[in-house]
Design a binder for this molecule. Structure first.
Ligand SMILES: N[C@@H](CCC(=O)N[C@@H](CS)C(=O)NCC(=O)O)C(=O)O
Length: 390
């Protein structure tokens, strides 16, 4: 019998009914000690090698995290191989992944729900070749709504809502990796989300969020019955591109460079640059409402997902601990302002976020313990519609 306790979340971040997270202690009270010893040693091995060939393994000789480029880079264009069409494309996402959540919020902001479908995977990574001991890869898994999964090394049991089996291929695909293998992805490809999938040709159009959101913004407006927001307006494009550049390196990817570094130097370099960039963001947000000007743009869509999970995950898990965001002057109000913008809420699910990071990488968090944290109320008034500078 496993000893267990239940934590019930009342978080304001959670969508729908309160979600229960069940934690099971690892230590069995089974009266069969020989069998128990075997199970424990198998789990210990997994903790050192899992999740195998993923971003966690992408470090340089100096111990710095170096992100691999996305491989699938087709674009949606009227006269190209992948033209805009209503109902043709599906987005595979994880609600934990900040890159994937940009695509979900773009769908919400633009009002594209009836044009592009999307579905989310379970937040806890699973072994993707469960029968093969030599393949230690763990990654995104499909699971029926409400199904319970344990960490890749068998710790805990995690069930919630807002995930489902593959709505396109059914039980034919168990993992996101299966989709990449279906299209013959080259060896060494990282099996990442988001994926923009073409249902007509059974191909991956793109697995690069920055390009997917650009295309969602400007290629599908003809299918909309109502006026829609332009997230990349001509007059702000150079500013959006300029801030996007340093925010990507310093913040979006900066938290990963901090969290996945395997040397003190690489970690300190990343975390120092991260907080330099966060100070810069806070200072800009004291002069204008949004990061590229007075209106919400693609630059906010890219920045927000990193900020909204920062205090809950990155401060603890990625050691971005110099300061939490709630200590800043302008960033907390900005997070609330963006969160409360119509269309954004479906892209924020704190159960998915916390469950994913803390339970998916045995090499970083062997026992898959999810910390109890002091979530802040993102529904509080943001008070950012007044005058600037402030
Ligand atoms: N460049 C990609 C990065 C996507 C990415 O790194 N996704 C992570 C989740 S946060 C992932 O799926 N990782 C799987 C792995 O590392 O194997 C984008 O922006 O779309």
């Amino acid at each position: 019998m496993l000893a267990r306790f239940t934590a019930t979340s009342t978080s304001t971040f959670f969508r729908g009914a309160p979600t229960r997270v069940h934690f099971a202690t690892r230590h069995s009270t089974s009266p069969r000690p020989a069998r128990r010893a075997l199970t424990t040693s198998a789990a210990q091995m997994d903790k050192q090698s899992t999740p195998g060939e993923t971003a966690v393994a992408d470090v340089s000789s100096t111990g710095a995290f170096v992100r691999k480029e996305a491989i699938f880079r087709h674009r949606i264009t009227k006269d190209g191989k992948f033209p805009p069409e209503k109902g043709r494309y599906h987005l595979y996402v994880s609600l934990a992944c900040p890159w994937a959540c940009r695509t979900v919020s773009t769908i919400g902001l633009k009002g594209l729900d009836d044009v592009i479908s999307w579905s989310a995977v379970h937040p806890t990574w699973q072994k993707t070749k469960p029968g093969d001991d030599r393949d230690s890869h763990a990654g995104w898994a499909f699971a029926e709504a409400g199904a319970t999964l344990s960490s890749p090394s068998g710790c805990g049991s995690f069930s919630g809502s807002n995930y489902e089996s593959d709505p396109i291929h059914g039980t034919d695909t168990r993992f996101i990796r299966d989709l990449y293998e279906k299209v013959g992805a080259a060896k060494g490809t990282r099996f990442t989300v988001p994926i923009l999938w073409d249902k007509k040709t059974s191909k991956i159009v793109s697995n690069e969020s920055s390009e997917i959101i650009r295309d969602l913004n400007n290629q599908f407006d003809e299918f909309l019955t109502q006026d829609t927001i332009d997230l990349y307006p001509p007059e702000l494009q150079s500013e959006i591109d300029a801030v996007g550049e340093w925010i990507y390196h310093g913040i979006n990817n900066g938290v990963y460079k901090s969290g996945f570094a395997v040397s003190q130097n690489a970690y300190e370099e990343a975390v120092t640059e991260l907080f330099r960039c966060l100070d810069r963001v806070d200072s800009i947000l004291g002069k204008q409402r949004f990061i590229a000007g007075s209106v919400l743009t693609e630059a906010d869509v890219r920045l927000f997902p990193t900020l909204v999970r920062f205090d809950e995950v990155y401060v603890v898990y990625f050691k971005c601990a110099k300061k939490s965001l709630r200590e800043y002057k302008n960033i907390p109000g900005y997070i609330r302002d963006v969160y409360q913008t119509p269309g954004i809420k479906p892209s924020v699910d704190m159960w998915h976020i916390k469950t994913h990071y803390f339970t998916s990488h045995p090499v970083l968090n062997a026992n898959a313990i999810v910390p109890v944290s002091n979530e802040w109320d993102v529904n509080e008034p943001h008070a950012r519609d007044g005058a600037y500078p402030r």
